[in-house]
Design a protein around this ligand. Structure first.
Ligand code: 6PG
Length: 236
């Protein structure tokens, strides 16, 4: 399903409504957050309009990927979430399951897989998140599954170490099998700079980009796209 929103604030509100609805109907919600900059507007909207509407005791926060840097590094996905969300809501410490970017990457990929299995319900032996929030890079990567590391889509492991193709920065990422085992995957895509990749993925279906291979086995797949990122849809 593809939803087009006038602007990123409307897109963020739609995501927040989904989370509110889900949390109203569940004892626990297992949510994997994406990194990068797009989620910032979602976090700001959650703080501004949903802070007291959502029962944060029910929400367990995980990350779809993390840069292998300390949590206070400006590159840290956890650090960004802490700044724009966690520092402004009352969520139990034990509900925050960050990837420890300061650890040895291989050891952390293993440790984080074990933490996920400890909390997230399994479906057919694979952790099944209620919602996996994802972004898409201009190169079509998602989480930290890059076009030159497509094997991470089908890894038997729940988490793997990835390497950013340009910077060489190591990352810990959920693998495609876990992402595709979610009850719902929601891509959040905003900005003019994403219009080309959105067209390649949703119109041309070139099957060259990791994001194209995210298709929940049984769950829902949703694209939340703002008007700028969707401007090439419907155009030859
Ligand atoms: C990361 C992300 C990555 C991100 C995309 C989009 O750690 O960088 O998880 O997959 O979602 O690169 O990033 P923007 O939201 O900054 O465009």
């Amino acid at each position: 399903m593809i939803d087009i929103f006038k602007d990123k604030t409307k897109l963020a509100e739609a995501f927040c409504e989904e989370l509110l609805l889900l949390s109203a109907n569940r004892d626990k919600v297992f949510l994997a957050l994406s990194g990068g900059s797009t989620p910032k507007i979602v976090f700001q909207t959650l703080v501004k309009d949903y802070k007291s509407k959502i029962n944060w005791n029910k929400i367990h926060l995980f990350w779809g990927d993390e840069r292998c840097v300390p949590p206070d590094d400006e590159e840290s996905n956890f650090g960004m979430t802490k700044k724009f969300l966690l520092d402004s809501i009352s969520i139990p410490e034990e509900n925050i399951h960050r990837i420890r970017g300061e650890n040895n990457p291989d050891a952390e990929a293993k440790r984080y897989s074990e933490e996920i299995v400890k909390y997230v319900p399994l479906k057919k032996g694979i952790p099944s998140f209620d919602i996996v929030m994802l972004g898409i890079g201009e190169d079509g990567h998602t989480a930290s599954i890059f076009p030159n590391q497509m094997q991470l889509l089908n890894s038997d492991n729940f988490c793997e170490v990835a390497v950013h193709p340009q910077s060489g920065q190591k990352r810990v990422t959920l693998t495609g099998r876990v992402i595709n085992n979610a009850k719902e995957v929601i891509f959040l895509v905003t900005g003019k700079n994403k219009s080309q990749i959105i067209k390649k993925i949703l119109v041309k279906k070139s099957r060259k980009f990791p994001a194209e291979f995210i298709q929940p086995v049984e769950g829902n797949l949703k694209y939340f796209i703002d008007s700028e990122a969707s401007e090439l849809l419907g155009k030859e």
